[in-house]
Design a protein around this ligand. Structure first.
Ligand code: CP
Length: 332
């Protein structure tokens, strides 16, 4: 079959919707690959829908907005929050999930390629969520699919849905994003969450501070990209240089699994630890965030500080991912 014939049949299929099916919206049918695809209007719409999801979960728990829809959750790397929150999201919306959290038990171990694996799942599911160790893997997979795919982390590249929930957290906790000073701390080189978050914050005129050891500095490509967009950015080695002026302190884990040289990891693994003493030097209204999992970079004694938002942040992720699923499937 020629490609033209195949595409023609696909568009015919899309044109015939089941009776009563309403499909619209700016994210409908689109892959979510990078935060660079979002405008500020997109973000406001996502946050508005996420607020509605929060209200509905608090009021009724589960409801049938996506009844009959199937999500395939394909994870080539470990995950607790992203995989389980996507599965919880589809199930709270009345749909169901195919969870493949251990690709070693799938046909990937027989040598099946990523394009073949995602095309298989597309036959069974309406939307695919993919985490993969290679930067650009979700974008590659999207080329083989006619249904939406959501990037749940591609190597050291991006983690767009994490950045969306991070921004939603800031908005919920502080009531605004514009004009805030956000300090990112830790592994800014390999930490994909900070790559995505810095790019999204550029839409809000935030001031960005990067605090990291030399080995783990924010990639020059991202600094240059944001410089071109007129964003104020500074780099530091000591947190105390900027702590007192920080509205949001975003702490990251040193990503042990990304280091080629174990000695390098050993030299930076304990570069920073947030303790109750650190918090005494921070603003009273500061928000302390972390995408989690944490290892040693935030002491557990900090968890009871009302500024520690990282467990609330995880919960906001459920509402944002419910919103995204409803929007890409044309139901929000
Ligand atoms: N924040 C985050 O991506 O967590 P998981 O690796 O547990 O999904």
């Amino acid at each position: 079959m020629s490609i033209q014939t195949s595409n023609h049949k696909r568009s015919e299929r899309k044109a015939h919707l089941p009776f009563g099916e309403k499909r619209e919206g700016r994210l409908y049918g689109k892959p979510i690959l990078s935060v660079l695809q979002f405008s500020r209007d997109d973000l406001e719409e996502i946050f508005m829908v996420a607020e509605e999801m929060r209200m509905m979960v608090e009021r009724v728990g589960t409801f049938d907005l996506l009844k009959g829809k199937v999500l395939a959750c394909l994870f080539y790397e470990p995950s607790t929050r992203t995989s389980s929150s996507f599965i919880a999201a589809i199930e709270r919306l009345g749909g169901s999930a195919i969870p493949i959290n251990e690709v070693r038990y799938s046909s990937v171990t027989k040598g099946e390629s990523l394009p073949d694996t995602v095309r298989t799942l597309e036959a069974y599911a309406d939307v695919i969520v993919l985490r993969h160790p290679e930067t650009g893997a979700a974008a590659t997979a999207a080329k083989y699919l006619r249904k939406p795919i959501i990037n749940a982390g591609d190597g050291t590249g991006e983690h767009p849905t994490q950045a969306l929930l991070d921004l939603f957290t800031i908005r919920e906790e502080l009531g605004r994003i514009d004009g805030l000073t956000v300090t990112m701390l830790g592994d800014l080189k390999y930490g994909r969450t900070v790559h995505s978050l810095a790019r999204l914050l550029a839409l809000y005129n935030a001031k960005l501070n990067y605090v990291a050891p030399d080995l783990l500095r924010m990639p020059p490509k991202i600094i240059e990209e944001l410089k071109q967009r007129g964003i104020s950015q500074t780099e530091h080695k000591a947190l105390d240089d900027v702590l007192g002026a920080t509205d949001v302190l975003y702490v990251t884990r040193v990503q042990k699994e990304r280091f080629e040289n174990p000695d390098e990891y050993e030299s930076v693994k304990n570069a920073y630890t947030i303790t109750p003493d650190t918090m005494t030097r921070a603003k009273e209204q500061m928000v302390l965030m972390h995408p989690l999992p944490r290892v040693t970079e935030i002491a557990i004694e900090v968890d009871d500080d009302p500024r520690a938002a990282y467990f609330r942040q995880m919960e906001y992720g459920l509402y944002v991912r419910m919103a995204l699923l409803a929007m890409v499937l044309g139901k929000a």
